[in-house]
Design a protein around this ligand. Structure first.
Ligand SMILES: [Zn+2]
Ligand SMILES: [Zn+2]
Ligand SMILES: [Zn+2]
Length: 148
């Protein structure tokens, strides 16, 4: 279980977005930022059994709307959520990074530090969103594979 850190940057974040600083909201934030992979809603439910499903669902929705977290679907079509690192704003996500889905452990990694190729779209197309998606073996799983 990831450690829950007591960090008031999450309180600032909620203030910044004019959201009430509720315990569950703060815990969702610290839970997510303590992991280097995206977290699915079922995972979050398991980690926070005292928060009911509807509350959790609302928290995720409002965070996504405010540009605090972004959603990424894994290979099974399950929604995973990760903290936004770039300059996301309300209704304007800028998460133009590569998502890597491991085919063994099914973890989704946000790879923020890659230089992405610029993509020139044909005339007339205006992209509002880029999704780059890769799947294969994550470092942990490829180490295990090598030991076999
Ligand atoms: Zn975002
Ligand atoms: Zn893996
Ligand atoms: Zn991401």
């Amino acid at each position: 279980m990831p450690q829950v850190q007591n960090d008031n940057r999450f309180e600032h974040l909620l203030d910044h977005h004019h959201l009430k600083k509720t315990g569950p909201r703060l815990r969702v934030l610290s839970m997510m930022s303590s992991k280097n992979t995206a977290t699915s809603q079922p995972d979050l439910e398991n980690l926070m059994h005292d928060v009911d499903r509807v509350t959790l669902y609302r928290i995720l929705n409002v965070f996504e709307e405010k540009g605090i977290i972004h959603k990424v679907f894994d290979l099974n079509g399950t929604a995973n959520y990760a903290i936004c690192h770039s300059n996301c704003e309300e209704h304007n996500h800028q998460d133009e990074h590569l998502h890597f889905n491991c085919t063994v452990c099914n973890n989704v990694y946000c790879l923020n530090d890659l230089n992405l190729p610029s993509i020139n779209l044909p005339a007339g197309f205006k992209a509002e969103n880029f999704t780059l998606y890769a799947s294969g073996l994550c470092p942990k799983c490829s180490k295990k594979e090598n030991k076999k």
